[in-house]
Design a protein around this ligand. Structure first.
Ligand SMILES: Cc1ncc(COP(=O)(O)O)c(C=O)c1O
Length: 382
């Protein structure tokens, strides 16, 4: 699919990439210059495995603004949040262990779970995310106690759904009761363009030592700054953090200090503060364009949740439509999306697809949806 996604004659709704046309080129350049002029030696030398001090301080401040507290031994910088998930699995999950996930979920996490040899159990989610009562039933039904519950509770990849406040509290209490790690993967939480803010699960955990023991928070600068910095981070109990730091020591010793100092300089800059509202406005405009175009093209035939933030829209096609087959017709019209099957650990729902509105302008989105409507008609006449 990647070959089509980068082909300029194709319109891609497939990737989970942030909008390159909205990158803050000047802000990132100035942050690079600042990092270099303040300490070129520090940029070029190895750094502490846990992350360099200025970035750790900036990430703590970013977390605190959303109610997430991290002591020094509870925060670790990683090379993207994908790496944090990898280390977490190496540190806490053995082959055969059960991991509970929402159905559908982020394909990159599913790949990591598979590689770790985990037994992945999917639990159906709805417009409010995963239902804690269904999770409780899955815990009871598992052959041995699950090691991890993995969720993307805010503007989920792939569904765009946001878990309600009450479900967050209930899920955390459930995880604490059974002493199961609750991993909150939060790349999109800052990208809200409508609706009321919902506190991260890790902010609820901050108030209670028992809850903090099981809460693991992952985030990244990839979607709010640029992915090329490869800056992610994890906030977890000191014990889980210590084990992940050991895994990172073995794997890559440290995340590039150069990139970390640039990340720190950027987070501390007025440019970052201005950039986030700007990309939120960009994504809102693009989400609105896609929602309107889909409603016009497919009326009520294609069902989807209107997202309050993030980059994705999850479409339920009429029963019996196979998104994989529809993709073939879409490719003929030079438009691509992700068939939903990639987002399921097992028993995929073939009648779903993920559309990303982040990278295309409103005009291109309208053209892409028109091509999709063409493809759908030719698929239906068969
Ligand atoms: C839910 C989720 N987690 C993690 C990642 C990985 O992000 P990073 O660039 O920080 O490795 C992504 C990227 O698309 C994502 O959607």
């Amino acid at each position: 699919m990647a070959q089509f996604a980068v082909n300029p004659s194709f319109i891609s709704f497939a990737g989970g990439y942030p909008a390159a046309d909205a990158f803050d080129f000047d802000g990132i350049r100035r942050a690079s210059e600042k990092a270099w002029s303040q300490g070129a030696k520090d940029c070029l030398q190895y750094g502490a495995t846990e992350g360099v001090a200025p970035l750790r301080a900036a990430l703590k401040a970013l977390g605190l603004a959303r109610g997430i507290h991290a002591e020094d031994d509870q925060l670790m910088v990683t090379t993207g949040s994908q790496q944090a998930l990898d280390f977490l699995l190496r540190a806490t999950v053995a082959p055969g262990d059960t991991v509970l996930v929402e159905r559908p979920t982020y394909p990159g996490a599913l790949q990591a779970f598979r590689l770790a040899g985990a037994r992945v159990v999917g639990i159906d989610g709805d417009a409010e995310g995963i239902d804690p009562q269904a999770v409780a039933r899955a815990i009871e039904a598992a052959p041995s106690k699950p090691k991890m519950i993995y969720v993307v509770p805010t503007f989920a990849n792939p569904t765009g759904a946001t878990m309600s406040e009450s479900r967050r509290r209930d899920l955390l209490a459930l995880a604490a009761k059974h002493d199961i790690l609750l991993v909150e993967d939060d790349p999109y939480g800052l990208l809200r363009f409508s609706g009321d803010a919902v506190a991260p699960i890790a902010a609820h955990a901050a108030k209670d030592a028992e809850l903090r023991k099981v809460s693991v928070y992952l985030s990244t600068l990839s979607k709010v700054a640029v992915p090329a910095l490869r800056i992610g981070w994890m906030v977890a109990s000191s014990e889980v953090t210590r084990r992940c730091v050991m895994a990172k020591q073995v794997s890559d010793l440290c995340t590039s200090p150069w990139m970390q100092h640039i990340g720190a300089a950027y987070l501390d800059s007025p440019e970052f503060a201005a950039h986030v509202p700007r990309i939120i406005a960009t994504y809102k405009e693009r989400a609105d364009a896609m929602v309107t175009a889909l409603h016009q093209a497919f009326d009520k035939e294609w069902v989807f949740l209107v997202p309050d933030g993030g980059m994705f829209l999850w479409v339920k096609l009429p029963r019996g439509v196979d998104a994989g087959e529809l993709l073939k017709a879409a490719l003929a019209q030079k438009v691509v999306f992700v068939p939903g099957a990639a987002c399921y650990a097992s028993e995929p729902d073939a009648a779903c697809l993920r559309m990303s509105y982040s990278t295309a302008s409103p005009e291109v989105i309208r053209e892409g949806v028109a091509r999709l409507a063409h493809a759908y008609r030719s698929y239906c006449v068969g």
